[in-house]
Design a protein around this ligand. Structure first.
Ligand SMILES: C[S@@+](CC[C@H](N)C(=O)[O-])C[C@H]1O[C@@H](n2cnc3c(N)ncnc32)[C@H](O)[C@@H]1O
Length: 225
């Protein structure tokens, strides 16, 4: 997918959110306290680490899609050989740069918002994404799945968070595959298990698990075929 107008809108609006209150918009931290922000990042990083288990990942190249201010990246970076954080927002990339200063294995990239052109085919051992794919227009999510399928090595895992169907309204939205507003850059979209299976098939992934997590989180553990 390539829609420069929506890419621009995502960038503009996420730049504004970064300036208005990045802690709240990226980690739901309303206190503005650095300690709370670090702790919220640790909580979500720990979930991802749980999926990685005891695997030796020291030589891996990993990717964080929609890294925001580096909330999770800062905790996971020591686990990998090289980590790339990508984000559509220049402001978020700036904040992430400040946060991971000194973590020399981290590289940050401002991307256009629906592709991973900067990266070669089959170049990553692992990818994660938190609180991104269910906020973006559905077509942008599909485009990232296609791109992740291209840049991940066969057998590599993709761990990402979506939202549970916790009400009838959301369930109906998922069943009828409603795009609530293709121009909205921060609205939740909902998906049924059947739709996830279809997407995994279409983009060359195997679903390893789909599990509820903290609050409304739905953790998706997929593997590139
Ligand atoms: C809710 S925040 C989560 C940030 C980070 N993953 C975290 O958990 O702290 C969503 C992030 O996704 C980024 N984002 C939104 N749309 C994007 C897109 N199309 N491509 C890349 N990043 C995007 C935003 O700029 C923002 O940093």
């Amino acid at each position: 997918m390539d829609d420069p107008a929506i890419d621009d809108k995502m960038r503009r609006e996420w730049n504004e959110r970064a300036q208005k209150g990045y802690m709240q918009y990226t980690g739901g931290v309303r206190t503005g306290m650095e300690d709370d922000y670090v702790q919220a990042g640790r909580r979500d990083a720990d979930t991802i680490l749980k999926y990685l288990g005891g695997e030796d990942t020291k030589a891996w190249k990993a990717l964080d899609v929609g890294c925001g201010a580096g909330r999770i990246l800062q905790h996971l970076a020591p686990r990998f050989g090289e980590v790339h954080g990508v984000d559509v927002s220049d402001e978020m990339i700036k904040l992430a740069g400040e946060r991971v200063q000194g973590q020399t294995n981290v590289k940050l990239h401002r991307v256009e918002g629906s592709d991973l052109k900067a990266f070669a085919d089959r170049s990553f051992n692992f990818a994660w994404s938190y609180s991104v794919f269910y906020h973006v227009p559905r077509t942008v999510y599909y485009s990232y799945l296609q791109e992740l399928s291209r840049v991940l090595l066969p057998g590599a895992r993709l761990i990402y968070q979506m939202a549970q169907l916790y009400s009838l309204r959301r369930w109906l939205q998922a069943v009828f595959r409603v795009e609530p507003d293709a121009q909205d850059t921060n609205r939740r979209r909902f998906f049924t298990k059947g739709h996830f299976r279809e997407l995994a098939d279409r983009y060359g992934f195997e679903i390893l698990s789909m599990e509820p997590g903290n609050s409304h989180d739905l953790w998706c553990q997929w593997r590139k075929k």
